[in-house]
Design a protein around this ligand. Structure first.
Ligand code: F6R
Length: 360
């Protein structure tokens, strides 16, 4: 049931405030995570996160949260690489987190087997209850996103971020990083409303998408926790609109990708104000100096500061910097969706893609 929307993807984008609330009511009642995951994060030296595709980008965001909020270093690996990587016995005590919407991704399951062989404790963060990963990981955290039908993952990604953030806050509490944990929890309380506010951008995005739909190639840039969102935005666009798109860390542009910038290449810049804003602003001014067509996503303050170089601006609701990646997911999903609409494509069933990748 598409709930009156023309495509599952659009319905699932709009489902997201409800998903955030479902996660809130399950996870913030009692001590849900402590009951589900009986790991002592004080006795862990390093987190290893494993996933594919969109789920991998959620892990990339969580990597920074683990470092910043829980003081825990975390490595993120693509399952397809991790499964064949040499094992280094460095004596560090590890716990692994495997993230998957379907719980049936072949590469992720192969990583799970490998980790079990190495006796690394595993946490599965999975949407499909009863799936192989949900059953076979040592510990299981449900995503509670409801069935996701659109091939391009939207609400499951947002749920991954929300659940990972709660796991980070739990680890931070255990490790005595109480103030940081409290800040993250407070930010999460505001998340459902911020996600709802991000949905209000929809009509503004349609016009931007119509111009993006004519491009042959698009670049997405961000810094810090928004760098993985730049990659996610690019993945979403290429999956359903078939436009070539790449996500870059903004500081990396001058090391090569800036050669791609011309007046025909849109650059979607994730630019909320915050610690890294001045750095990002200077990266964007370099793009503007080369006639790049900048589509700016930022809060009001950021948009104002860069209004002279933006060819289009989309407002992100203001929120704690920690949850900016969660809020920024929404306009990127809309953008990909409306570009595909403008190009008349089969959004829920994009060419060459399967919802669940159960073969290697
Ligand atoms: C992108 C997308 C894929 C999946 C990837 C992993 O929109 O849906 O990149 O994220 O195939 O799938 P799961 O999360 O089921 O392991």
């Amino acid at each position: 049931d598409k709930g009156g929307y023309p495509h599952y993807m659009l319905k699932e984008i709009h489902d997201q405030p409800g998903v955030a609330r479902a996660i809130e009511s399950r996870y913030d009642a009692g001590d849900f995570i402590a009951e589900q995951v009986t790991l002592d994060f004080n006795r862990i030296d390093r987190i290893r996160m494993i996933a594919c595709g969109t789920s991998y980008y959620a892990c990339q965001v969580a990597r920074r949260w683990f470092a910043e909020v829980a003081g825990l270093s975390a490595d993120v690996e693509l399952a397809s690489e991790h499964r064949y990587e040499p094992v280094v016995a460095d004596g560090l005590r590890e716990a692994a987190i495997l993230v998957s919407q379907s719980g049936e991704t072949a590469d992720t399951l192969a990583s799970l087997d490998k980790l079990k062989g190495l006796r690394v404790p595993t946490v599965g963060i999975v949407n499909q209850q009863g799936s192989t990963l949900a059953r076979e990981a040592d510990f299981f955290l449900p995503l509670l996103a409801g069935k996701e039908i659109g091939v391009a993952s939207t609400k499951a990604f947002l749920a991954q971020l929300l659940v990972l953030a709660r796991l980070v806050a739990h680890a931070a509490d255990q490790r005595g990083h109480r103030a940081a944990a409290k800040r993250l929890r407070t930010a999460l309380v505001a998340a459902p409303k911020a996600i709802e506010a991000a949905l209000h951008n929809e009509s503004a995005i349609v016009a931007v998408a119509e111009s993006l739909a004519k491009a042959q190639s698009a670049l997405f840039v961000g810094r810090g926790a928004l760098y993985p969102l730049a990659m996610e935005g690019a993945l979403k666009l290429k999956e359903i609109s078939y436009i070539h798109a790449e996500g870059f860390a903004a500081g990396e542009l001058k090391h090569g990708p800036i050669a791609l910038v011309d007046d025909k290449t849109p650059i979607v810049a994730l630019a909320p104000s915050g610690d890294l804003f001045p750095k990002l602003a200077s990266n964007l001014r370099e793009i503007a100096a080369r006639n790049g067509r900048i589509i700016l996503l930022g809060d009001r303050k950021a948009l104002l500061a860069l209004s002279d170089i933006a060819s289009a601006s989309l407002t992100l609701p203001s929120c704690d910097e920690l949850i900016q990646p969660i809020v920024a997911a929404v306009p990127l999903q809309f953008l990909a969706y409306y570009v595909a609409v403008a190009r008349g494509l089969d959004i829920d069933r994009p060419r060459n893609l399967a919802k669940s990748v159960t073969v290697e």
